[in-house]
Design a protein around this ligand. Structure first.
Ligand code: CO
Length: 432
């Protein structure tokens, strides 16, 4: 790999490791955007956008829309949009955070966020991050916290009490996944255990915390692996690798005639229907606002939408070395083979022949190989933000992503080269 590509891979891994939640993913992306001269636009303030200007909008601290205004007439040139998502399956701490068992164990009360592979969460030291809403000088303020220490763990049941564990594993989602925090301590009650931990690590007292959104994540960091270090094993590859590839492409792409945009939504893993999710008015209204601010009439706005395209970037399924029959016989994307265009006759992916063709054309210009994916007819498969994004904006959309294995495991697995290829294809898409 060339130096530039090695740098990109190292930066991507760092971004994954330093972004344990959607809030941190947005905060870290914002820091990079600011370094590159992007200016924040507040939804509550007046905007005055300039040609070739670089801007971003944050929604709920967990969604981010960044864009470069094109040099051309937006009604004629439209938008080049890359969409992705900032959230990943995980364990979220419930209100009523802790319980003490009669045997004197203190457990944390969690619910499951998204479609996690639950068995991957056992026997791994877990850390905690998220946001607090803090009362400060009579106002409510948002504070991101990260306790990057191995403080929680969900122990497996030993095989001696569970002889068929390797044949059958079923988990009770209410009772089997509660992480152990500590042994009972004198004079400490229920959720005070959690608040004590927060105070020790951040100095913020329970009395000042109005509410919280806290998530557990794997303490061990992501790494490169494989004989030639060609693979990446890390948490949250889905979908922060695509967020980062889009971000890097947006920051490096030459300003073109069209507006270039990265839209990183929250809540894809739980259906996207939230204010900060893809299945909302967020993007459509922002596109309208940008067009109006650039002086377009309603008529011009409709033309801009009709001149736009979008790429919904979420990861794809590589053929698994041990389960190769899970894929369609003829359509078999592999690790290292380049980004994958995802097709579905029932439109669980938004791809059409037209949207696929413009993405393939971008890959060609970037000298990037491109693969295809379609489910076996007897497997329903997943979905992503593409259908909502294209349905709400009416912009033709291609669903694509780098191929990975172990999707929704606490650690996912991909090929470094596919991430490099994807970023290059994104740059070509923006500049095309
Ligand atoms: Co995803």
């Amino acid at each position: 790999m060339k130096r530039k590509e090695e740098r990109f891979s190292a930066d991507l891994l760092q971004y994954l490791n330093e972004s344990p939640t959607a809030y941190h993913a947005v905060e870290n992306a914002v820091a990079l955007l600011r370094e590159q001269g992007f200016q924040e636009l507040k939804e509550t303030e007046n905007w005055s956008l300039q040609k070739s200007g670089k801007y971003f909008v944050v929604k709920n601290g967990s969604a981010l829309i960044a864009f470069t205004v094109g040099k051309g007439n937006p009604a004629k040139e439209g938008f080049r949009i890359i969409g992705a998502h900032t959230d990943s399956p995980c364990l979220k701490i419930k209100p009523g955070a802790c319980s003490v068992t009669p045997d004197g164990y203190v457990k944390v009360n969690v619910e499951i966020y998204g479609g996690a592979i639950l068995n991957t969460w056992f026997d791994r030291p877990l850390a905690m991050a998220g946001r607090l809403i803090v009362k400060e000088d009579g106002a409510l303020r948002e504070k991101l916290i990260q306790i990057d220490k191995p403080v929680f763990l969900i122990p497996n049941l030993c095989i001696h009490f569970h002889r068929d564990v390797n044949e059958k594993s079923a988990y009770n989602k209410q009772t089997d996944l509660l992480p152990l925090l500590c042994r009972k301590e004198e004079g400490v009650e229920k959720e005070e255990y959690l608040f004590q931990l927060i105070q020790e690590e951040t100095g913020i007292e329970k009395a000042d915390i109005a509410d919280y959104e806290l998530f557990l994540y794997e303490y061990q960091k992501g790494i490169f692996t494989g004989k030639n270090q060609e693979f990446i094993s890390a948490s949250r590859i889905d979908d922060l690798s695509m967020v980062y590839a889009g971000l890097s492409a947006l920051m490096q792409a030459k300003t073109g005639a069209a507006c270039q945009m990265l839209a990183a939504f929250d809540n894809e893993e739980v259906g996207s229907t939230t204010a900060q999710g893809a299945n909302s008015g967020l993007l459509r209204e922002l596109l309208n606002r940008i067009c109006k601010n650039l002086g377009l009439t309603d008529e011009g706005y409709f033309q801009a939408i009709a001149s736009s395209t979008s790429v919904s970037a979420d990861l794809a399924h590589a053929v698994h070395p041990n389960y190769s029959d899970k894929h369609d016989a003829e359509t078999r994307p592999v690790l290292g083979g380049g980004p994958v265009i995802k097709y579905s006759a029932s439109q669980r992916y938004a791809t059409t022949a037209i949207s696929a063709a413009y993405f393939m054309e971008a890959c060609e210009r970037a000298s990037v190989p491109c693969q295809k994916f379609v489910n076996r007819n007897d497997i329903v498969g997943g979905s992503t933000i593409g259908p909502a994004l294209s349905g709400l904006t009416t912009i033709p959309t291609v669903d694509m992503g780098a191929p990975i294995l172990a999707m929704h495991s606490i650690r996912e697995f991909g090929a470094v080269e596919d991430m490099v290829y994807t970023e290059r294809a994104f740059r070509a898409y923006y500049e095309g």
